[in-house]
Write a new protein. Structure first.
Length: 105
């Protein structure tokens, strides 16, 4: 089974064809349905393993954009004891869901 290790926004992912994963949200042009990752650190396939220094030249991973995904809400609570100070703030991280279509290289 062919797989690749890619880097996106400082995070490394091990991906195979058909895998679904989330990447950090970014500006996309209207009508974009695919995204191409060109920072491929390692490619493994029938021809063997290619290790990049730091990236594999000419290797790309193409993925289909599934849409925007919201993570679970995280609550942050701050308080100062005996002073009556309480603050509760929520945060909900946004991601883009992608599915790997092909690994080239």
């Amino acid at each position: 089974m062919a797989y690749a290790i890619i880097e996106d926004s400082g995070t490394q992912f091990k991906v195979e064809a058909g895998d679904r994963f989330e990447i950090d949200i970014r500006e996309l042009k209207d009508g974009d349905t695919t995204i191409t990752f060109d920072k491929v650190l390692l490619v493994s396939g029938d021809a063997g393993v290619k290790i990049g220094q730091p990236t594999v030249a000419g290797a790309t991973v193409t993925a289909k954009i599934l849409g925007q995904i919201k993570d679970d809400k995280v609550w942050v609570e701050r308080f100062t004891r005996r002073k009556g100070f309480h603050r509760r703030v929520g945060h909900r991280q946004k991601y883009i869901g992608v599915q790997v279509e092909s690994i080239n290289g």
